[in-house]
Design a protein around this ligand. Structure first.
Ligand SMILES: NC(=O)CC(=O)C(=O)O
Length: 303
C-alpha cells in the first residue's frame, strides 16, 4: 500500500442539499449551483466539497433502478468523463473542474453494465475534474422498527465488495455511505490504512437520527482518532423519506466541530492535523493495541 500523504490543514465544506425532487435534471442543476456557491461563499475557498447520499433522486428502493446510471469506473484505470454515460458524473466532474476543488459527490444509484446490478455509489473528483475514486455502499440499509420505520435497500440494491479511500495533496480520505457507519470494522480498517478523515454521505431519518446520528460519528472518530463527517440531505416532510439533516464534522477527540439543523445549508470546517496529533499522543491507543489478545481486523485485507 502507498504511504499516506503528509496531513496538512485544509477546509472542508458540506452541502446539506435541499429541493431533491423526482426530476433528476433539476436535482443536478440545483446541486451544481450549490457546489459553485459552496466554493465561493467562504473567506477561503474550501479544499473539499461534499454532497449527501442520494442527491440526484428521491431516496427509496423503488427509485434506485429508475434513476440508476452506468458509470463504468475501474480503480487504477483512466476514466474518460467525456465518454461517460452518466449525466451525474459529467455534472460533478465539470463542477469540480470549474471550482478547482476536490468533490465527494454524495451518492447516486449506479447500474453495473456487466451484471445489471444496482449499487448506491459515491464518486470522487479531483480539482481537474477527473473521477479518481468510487465507493459502493457495502452494508445495505435493511431495518424494521415496528411502528416507526421499515426500509429494505436490498429489494433493489446490491452491496459493494470493497473498501475505498483516496489521497489528496493534504490528507488521505476514507469513504463509506450512511449505514456503513454502523459497522465499526470499515472505519477501523480505513484508519489503519492511514486515513485522516472519513467522509460518509448519509441520510438517517427521524427515528434513527435522534438515536444514533451524532453518537455513531463521535464513536467512530474517538475509536480511531480520526476526523469523521456525515453529510445529509435537508429534511423535506413532503418527501417519501424524511432525512434527519444535521450534517456534521467531528474531530479526533470526539468534539462536534460543526452541525447543521434541518434545512438546506452549507457548513465549513477547518481540519487541523494538530488535533489528530494531540489526540494520538495524549491518549496513545493507536500504539497500545493488543493484537496478541484479539485479531487486527485490517490484516490480510486485499489491496
Ligand atoms: N439510511 C441509511 O443507510 C442508514 C440509516 O438511516 C441508519 O443507519 O439509521
Amino acid at each position: 500500500m502507498s504511504r499516506a500523504p503528509v496531513f496538512k490543514p485544509f477546509t472542508l465544506a458540506l452541502i446539506q442539499l435541499g429541493n431533491i425532487s423526482a426530476e433528476k435534471s433539476a436535482n443536478l442543476q440545483h446541486a451544481r449551483e450549490m457546489i459553485l456557491k459552496a466554493a465561493a461563499g467562504h473567506t477561503k475557498k474550501p479544499d473539499v466539497i461534499v454532497l449527501p447520499e442520494c442527491f440526484n433522486s428521491p431516496y427509496g428502493h423503488v427509485h434506485f433502478p429508475v434513476y440508476a446510471e452506468k458509470i463504468g469506473f475501474m480503480p487504477g484505470k483512466p476514466y474518460d468523463v467525456a465518454k461517460s454515460d452518466s449525466a451525474s458524473v459529467k455534472m460533478l466532474s465539470s463542477a469540480a473542474k470549474e471550482t478547482g476543488t476536490w468533490l465527494i459527490g454524495g451518492s447516486i444509484p449506479e447500474r453495473d453494465a456487466a451484471n445489471d446490478h444496482v449499487y448506491n455509489t459515491c464518486t470522487v473528483y479531483n480539482p481537474k475534474g477527473e473521477l479518481v475514486a468510487t465507493h459502493r455502499k457495502v452494508h445495505l440499509f435493511d431495518i424494521d422498527i415496528p411502528g416507526k420505520i421499515q426500509f429494505k435497500e436490498s429489494e433493489t440494491l446490491t452491496g459493494g465488495t470493497t473498501m475505498n479511500f483516496f489521497d489528496t495533496e493534504f490528507a488521505r480520505i476514507g469513504l463509506g455511505i450512511c449505514y456503513d457507519i454502523r459497522f465499526p470494522e470499515l472505519a477501523m480498517t480505513s484508519a489503519r490504512k492511514g486515513c485522516h478523515l472519513l467522509v460518509y454521505p448519509a441520510a438517517f431519518n427521524l427515528t434513527t437520527g435522534p438515536l444514533h446520528w451524532e453518537l455513531l460519528q463521535r464513536a467512530r472518530a474517538v475509536d480511531n482518532q480520526v476526523y469523521f463527517s456525515m453529510c445529509s440531505p435537508a429534511r423535506d416532510m413532503s418527501a417519501g423519506y424524511h432525512a434527519w439533516g444535521h450534517s456534521m464534522v467531528v474531530d479526533p477527540l470526539g468534539k462536534v466541530l460543526v452541525e447543521a439543523s434541518e434545512g438546506e445549508n452549507i457548513l465549513y470546517t477547518e481540519i487541523d492535523p494538530q488535533t489528530l496529533e494531540d489526540a494520538r499522543s495524549g491518549i496513545p491507543v493507536t500504539t497500545q493495541r493488543r493484537f496478541d489478545v484479539y485479531p487486527d481486523v485490517s490484516e490480510g485485507l486485499k489491496e
